[in-house]
Design a protein around this ligand. Structure first.
Ligand code: FAD
Length: 373
């Protein structure tokens, strides 16, 4: 089936109010970012309307690997070197708090499992050791895996990030949208925004990540779309990979669902053509993913689902979250570079706080002006 396994779960009916008159804030995009922003604004008493062109979670938020990871697109040791130790520590702590909030809101769409980062070779093993040392020194929960089980015999070593979890991402974001609607937001599906002039609110939040909306050309020039493809097997006999696993700097990622289906994604480094906004499958990446499934389980089980999704990358691997420079009333939260399940929730909430005048200091790191000039 060429569709997301997650989105194939029937969506509960979204119960949302309809405003009479003008909203105070309009959000473009109904993924985790837009829904988190809508929830925070509605809780603050703001009249907020969210527009989603397809259905809630119809973009990357319902098409991803389901990994809920702390931190960002950089390893922790890399982040310390790039943005400085204090800011790296603050960012990791911020996302751990985000994970706790997700856990409280998501119900059975979140499982606290931890995640396993594996070394594909000796070079990556050194990277893991460096990350482990930096995390442990700053008090973040992490463990070295001495003995890898037989199904991971091809890897050189691994570390377990204790705070992380596994999401049913579509179930989670649909639930988040309902939380926002229950708090008073107007959530509109099948509501594409063709141009900013169609919107009437004095404040607008662009929450379209890799589905670059064409609404603000300067954002589209900086948040670049990248495609990822995913395949899912029929349930395996055994539970071999019960928690999120990733290796080769995140180019390979896999986990089993509670019903023992194996979800495998990535391999995008095999083809430069994956730097695209086209939500299509390609024979090359599909073959590579099937070959990887074969390596993991020793045979190729029947494949039940295949799909592609698009995420937005930023030039420095940090999100853009905050006010768009020189555009009064325009805000953005996007560009998570493939790590938006937790960061998207955090950034959507932070932008909402900034709109109501709380100006969180955490937003300084994500200031869009640093890359928009
Ligand atoms: C295959 C894949 C695997 C991934 N795996 C992981 C993972 O395991 N862990 C992780 O943390 N991250 C992962 N990511 C990244 C993560 O999914 C994204 O960073 C995150 O979902 C971004 O959420 P968002 O709400 O910002 O954007 P999206 O969920 O992409 O939502 C943007 C929405 O905007 C809508 N839109 C666009 N233009 C308009 C318009 N003009 N009018 C109205 N609506 C519009 C789109 O329809 C879309 O629904 C993965 C991404 C992909 C593609």
């Amino acid at each position: 089936m060429v569709d997301s396994y997650w989105l194939a779960e029937p969506a509960p009916t979204l119960r949302s109010r309809r405003f009479v008159g003008m909203p105070e804030v309009e959000i473009v995009g109904g993924g985790v970012t837009g829904c988190a922003c809508a929830l925070s604004l509605a809780r603050a008493g703001v009249r907020v309307r969210l527009h989603e062109a397809r259905t809630i979670a119809g973009g990357a938020s319902g098409r991803n690997g389901g990994f809920a990871l702390r931190g960002g697109a950089m390893r922790y040791d890399e982040a310390r070197a790039t943005i400085g130790p204090e800011r790296a520590k603050a960012l990791w702590a911020l996302t751990e708090r985000g994970l706790a909030e997700i856990r409280a809101l998501a119900g059975d769409a979140f499982r606290h499992t931890g995640s396993l980062r594996l070394a594909g070779d000796a070079y990556e093993l050194e990277e893991l050791k460096s990350e482990l040392g930096a995390l442990a020194a700053d008090g973040f929960g992490v463990e070295w895996l001495d003995d890898l089980p037989p199904q991971l015999a091809g890897f050189a070593g691994g570390i377990r990030h204790l705070s992380d979890g596994a999401l049913h991402p579509a179930r989670w974001v649909r639930r988040l949208a309902q939380h926002a609607a229950d708090a008073g937001a107007e959530v509109l599906e099948h509501s594409p925004v063709g141009a900013l002039v169609e919107l009437s609110a004095p404040a607008v939040v662009i929450a379209t990540d890799g589905y670059t909306s064409g609404l603000v050309p300067m954002l589209d020039a900086v948040v670049r779309p990248i495609r990822n493809q995913v395949i899912v097997t029929e349930p395996l006999e055994q539970m071999l990979f019960p928690i999120p696993h990733y290796a080769r700097q995140g180019y390979d990622y896999w986990q089993q669902t509670p019903e023992r289906r194996l979800i495998v994604g990535g391999r995008r480094d095999a083809d430069a053509a994956e730097n695209t906004a086209e939500e299509e499958l390609t024979p090359l990446i599909q073959e590579r993913l099937e070959a990887f499934v074969g390596e993991l389980v020793g045979r190729l089980p029947a494949i039940s689902h295949r799909w592609a999704g698009i995420f937005g990358s930023s030039p420095d691997k940090l999100p853009l979250a905050g006010a768009v420079p020189a555009q009064s009333g325009l805000w953005v939260a996007a560009g998570y570079s493939g790590h938006g399940n937790v960061l998207g929730f955090v950034c959507g909430s932070l932008v909402a706080a900034a709109i109501v005048g709380r100006a969180p200091t955490a937003l300084e790191l994500f200031d869009p002006a640093r890359v928009l000039g």
